[in-house]
Each structure stands twice: as structure tokens, then as C-alpha cells.
Design a protein around this ligand. Structure first.
Ligand code: HEC
Ligand code: HEC
Length: 223
């Protein structure tokens, strides 16, 4: 009995550790997947519908966020909160979230890990590969655009092409009050490429096998 309860407390202890993020300060609560699952109902109205489109500032699909890296989910939500990212819907959404909500929600969406899907079709494309080489994309985004050492860098493989094109353009545009992103790293990357090149590379990466998904419903799971 004693051993059993020791084991049980060990399991609970470890389960509590799973969602812990790297930069936890003492006294702060780590992100909690189950708590997160109860805070995402509104998100699913857009992020839970396959191919759901937004029409601002142009028509493109709402990004896949199930399976995205935890640190990146938190960083992007904080950037919408601070105005570093300027999409009006996401700014309003992020401003309604507390720091704890952001941690829980990021823990929830990042917990959906699946095997990479197959690449959609043959994706040999010399021009896209040249752009990737010139932009050193794989140094940060990983060889397969799906695994990063640094969880604050987004997974890209299998993300919607039109969304990635819009996001790449937005790193070029930070002077509009409703639209644009201020991230200095990606601003430095995209300035070397024209829009045709960015469209091409977004399309190419979207066809790679990845683990990002759009799921219809929150599948309440406890880990
Ligand atoms: C009305 C539709 C809508 C709702 C509701 C919504 N989003 Fe979004 N979300 C978007 C759009 C559109 C974008 C892309 C914005 C951009 O271009 O920067 C986005 C972007 C994001 C991103 C950045 C993804 C990336 O790859 O950079 C995250 C994270 C995110 N949303 C999380 C959430 C969360 C969490 C909720 C609920 C609390 C939510 N969203 C609710 C439409 C929505
Ligand atoms: C020095 C590291 C670095 C390099 C090189 C780099 N990226 Fe990024 N990339 C990042 C980081 C960090 C972010 C997150 C920025 C943010 O928070 O908005 C990002 C974001 C993105 C996004 C937005 C994803 C989303 O979900 O909104 C796309 C698309 C992207 N990068 C494509 C590329 C491509 C294509 C290249 C090469 C041409 C490239 N990146 C090179 C670090 C890098």
C-alpha cells in the first residue's frame, strides 16, 4: 500500500512536471493542459475549422495551431497583446487573456503531437530550395521545418501556404496601424526577398510533412 501510494504520488508529481516550461519563475504556476482545454472554446470558432478563412487584411486561412511549439504559442499571443503583432481580431482576443491563460492555452495546443503526415506531392523545387539556402531558414526552423531545438521558433511544415505568405509579408510591413509584425529577426530575413519569392517558399514549405493540425473539437485529454 505504502509503495502504491508512493508510486501514485510520483506519477502525479511527474504528470505535474510535463507541462512545465523552461523559464518558470519561483511561485508561478506552470501551464496546465486540462485548464487550457477549458479556455479554448472561442478559439475553436476559427482555429478549429479546417480551411477557415479570415478576410483581413486579405483572404487567407487561419493558421493551424494544434501541435505548434509551446514557447512560440506563448510568444505570439504576447506579441498580439503588446501590439508587436497587429491583427485586430487576435489583438482583441489576446488582450482578454491573463498570463496564466496564455500558459494553459499554449500547453493545451502544443500537447497535440502526431506523426508527421506525408508530404502532399513531389516537392522538388530548385527555386524554393535556393531561397531557403540563401535565407538560412533551416538554421532556425530545422531541417524538416518541423523540429526546432528552440521551442520559441514556430513549426512551419504543413502550415497553410496562404497564411505563411501573409505572415511573411507582414514582417515586411510594420508601418500600418492595423497590420504588420515587428519581429526583428524575421524582418531581417524577409527584406532580402520579393513577394514572388516569399509566395513560392511559403507554398513549398506548406507541402512538407508536418505535425501541425486543425482539429474540429477540443479533445479533452488528461496526460
Ligand atoms: C475570429 C477568428 C479567430 C479567433 C476567434 C481566434 N483567432 Fe487566433 N488567429 C486568427 C487569425 C486570422 C490569425 C492570423 C493573424 C495574423 O495574421 O497575424 C490568428 C493567429 C493566431 C496565433 C498565431 C499563430 C501563428 O502561427 O503565428 C495564435 C497563437 C492564435 N491565433 C491563438 C488563438 C487563441 C488562443 C484563440 C482563443 C483564445 C484565438 N486564436 C482565437 C483568428 C482567430
Ligand atoms: C535567425 C533565425 C531565423 C531564420 C534564419 C528564419 N526564421 Fe522564420 N522565424 C524565426 C522566428 C524567431 C520566428 C517567430 C517570429 C515571431 O514571433 O513573429 C519566425 C517566424 C516565421 C514565420 C511565421 C510563422 C507563423 O506561424 O506565423 C514564417 C512563415 C517563417 N518564419 C519563415 C521563414 C523562412 C521561409 C525563412 C528563410 C527564408 C526563415 N523563416 C528564416 C526565426 C528565423
Amino acid at each position: 500500500m505504502v509503495i502504491k501510494s508512493l508510486l501514485l504520488s510520483l506519477i502525479f508529481f511527474l504528470a505535474g512536471l510535463i507541462p512545465v516550461f523552461s523559464q518558470e519563475k519561483p511561485g508561478e504556476k506552470p501551464g496546465d493542459i486540462v485548464a487550457g482545454s477549458k479556455k479554448v472554446e472561442t478559439c475553436l470558432g476559427c482555429h478549429g475549422i479546417d480551411n477557415y478563412k479570415t478576410n483581413f487584411p486579405e483572404l487567407y486561412r487561419v493558421p493551424k495551431i494544434f501541435g505548434q511549439n509551446v514557447g512560440y504559442l506563448m510568444a505570439s499571443l504576447k506579441d498580439y497583446q503588446s501590439g508587436q503583432r497587429k491583427n485586430p481580431v487576435m489583438v482583441a482576443t489576446a488582450k482578454s487573456l491573463s498570463d496564466q491563460d496564455i500558459k494553459d492555452i499554449a500547453a493545451y495546443f502544443s500537447s497535440f503531437t502526431v506523426e508527421p503526415q506525408k508530404s502532399l506531392k513531389s516537392i522538388e523545387n530548385k527555386r524554393a530550395q535556393d531561397i531557403i539556402a540563401k535565407g538560412n531558414c533551416m538554421v532556425c526552423h530545422g531541417d524538416d521545418f518541423s523540429q526546432n531545438q528552440d521551442l520559441s521558433i514556430p513549426k512551419l511544415a504543413g502550415q497553410y501556404a496562404d497564411y505563411m505568405f501573409a505572415s511573411l509579408k507582414s514582417y515586411k510591413n510594420n508601418d500600418n496601424i492595423y497590420w504588420g509584425r515587428g519581429n526583428a529577426v524575421m524582418a531581417g530575413v524577409v527584406k532580402d526577398f520579393n513577394l514572388n519569392e516569399l509566395r513560392l517558399v511559403a507554398h513549398y514549405i506548406s507541402q512538407k510533412a508536418g505535425t501541425l493540425q486543425t482539429l474540429q473539437h477540443s479533445r479533452f485529454r488528461s496526460k
